[in-house]
Design a protein. Structure first.
Length: 203
């Protein structure tokens, strides 16, 4: 619009903008003559009013050493331990602890990355500092657990829980945890049975 108000034609304006967008710079008024579609008569009329404002120069960014964190065991780490990581505030830290409680304990560090809406970039920064010592996780007895108790587990939805209880009521007690995978509800292509298996028991 500014160029139009100066009386420049559309093809000349387009040439100026294209030159600039491709990295071309006007360092002095005479550089304006580089625009081949700009008539010399127009340039002579405008040159007295052309101002070139130089872009400020910036010193190169300093190279800072990457931030170092303390290693933590994800099954014993506190709220503050998780909050040491950039991008992990009180909300994310509380949700990690809630997930740990809901699971009955973590079995591997990759499970932290399953936290809903946790950016993968944040998890990748945390990963080298996460450890998971072997623990005895809390297990759910599929022969006695209610639908509500089953669906409370982060890996189970209500239809998984309902299918487990329905089988028990129609076929009798579960003889093994491995039999759960015969339920069509677990044929979901998400590896749900593989993830939940370590948390189930029939004892």
């Amino acid at each position: 619009e500014t160029f139009e108000n100066l009386g420049l034609k559309t093809n000349t304006i387009r040439s100026i903008l294209n030159y600039r967008e491709k990295g071309g710079q006007f360092r002095k008024a005479e550089d304006f003559k580089k625009i081949y579609t700009l008539p010399d008569s127009v340039y002579q009329h405008l040159k007295a009013n052309i101002q070139i404002v130089q872009k400020p120069t910036y010193s190169p960014k300093k190279n800072y050493a990457p931030k170092s964190y303390q290693k933590i065991d994800i099954n014993t780490a506190s709220l503050e331990d998780f909050q040491q990581f950039r991008g992990i505030g009180p909300s994310y830290a509380k949700r990690i602890l809630k997930m740990r409680e809901g699971l009955g304990g973590f079995l591997n560090v990759q499970q932290v990355g399953e936290l809903y809406k946790l950016p993968d970039s944040t998890f990748q920064v945390m990963l080298p500092y996460l450890e998971c010592a072997a623990v005895s996780v809390d297990k759910i007895n599929i022969n006695t657990a209610t639908i509500d108790e089953l669906k409370a587990h982060p890996y189970l939805r209500w239809f998984h829980a309902k299918a487990i209880v329905r089988y028990r009521e129609t076929e009798g007690l579960w003889k093994s945890v491995d039999l759960v995978q015969i339920l069509t509800e677990f044929d979901d292509g998400k590896g749900t049975f593989k993830k939940i298996k370590p948390y189930l028991t029939i004892d």
